[in-house]
Design a protein around this ligand. Structure first.
Ligand code: S3P
Length: 177
């Protein structure tokens, strides 16, 4: 049974790599944020606006427990998922956890063009965004590094890079499990 859980900061490529990996190995792909949006019929931004971050984290944990029962899946989680409650310990029990490690500058480049749907960063200027990523990442790293595997995901910028990252992921993670 395959259950791979991708964790890492916003912009680390969890969805991009996860979708391509699932396709390549022939299993279903689940993106936790999209799953939450479908189950609640609401965008993540609206859930944050209505229930605050605390309310969102409770929903996120509940939905994580649902998707972690599914078999033969690649699951991409939200950037904050492993950093609240006992989520990372729970994920480690449920499947193969992989931290997608990406240098700060690459995260900044990716997020500066993709901040509008992300409530935690949508109103930040470039300078504020850079500082926020650095400080927030420092706080989150102790959680991320509890994953059983780490994969450097700095090359996901086009189709060719995604395909070779998937190949590398399979060699480094899947064949050594
Ligand atoms: C969050 C990351 C988002 C989403 C929510 C909160 C975070 O997911 O879950 O906006 O706390 O880092 P992505 O990592 O897919 O952007």
């Amino acid at each position: 049974m395959t259950r791979i859980l991708l964790i890492g900061y916003m912009g680390a490529g969890k969805t991009t790599l996860g979708r391509a990996l699932a396709k390549e190995i022939g299993v279903e792909f689940i993106d936790l944020d999209q799953y939450i949006e479908q189950r609640y019929r609401k965008s993540i931004a609206d859930i944050f606006a209505e229930k605050g971050e605390e309310g969102f984290r409770l929903i996120e944990q509940r939905m994580l427990h649902e998707v972690c029962e599914f078999e033969n899946v690649v699951i991409s989680t939200g950037g904050g998922t492993p950093c609240f409650f006992d989520n990372i310990e729970y994920m480690n029990r449920q499947g193969t956890t992989v931290f997608l490690d990406v240098p700060l500058e690459r995260l900044f480049i990716r997020l500066s063009i993709a901040r509008s749907k992300r409530p935690l960063i949508k109103d930040k200027s470039d300078e504020e965004l850079r500082t926020f990523i650095k400080e927030n990442l420092d706080k989150r790293l102790p959680h991320y590094t509890k994953a059983t595997h780490t994969f450097v995901a700095d090359k996901l910028e086009d189709r060719t890079q995604i395909a070779s990252s998937v190949e590398k992921f399979i060699k480094e993670i899947m064949q050594t499990r």
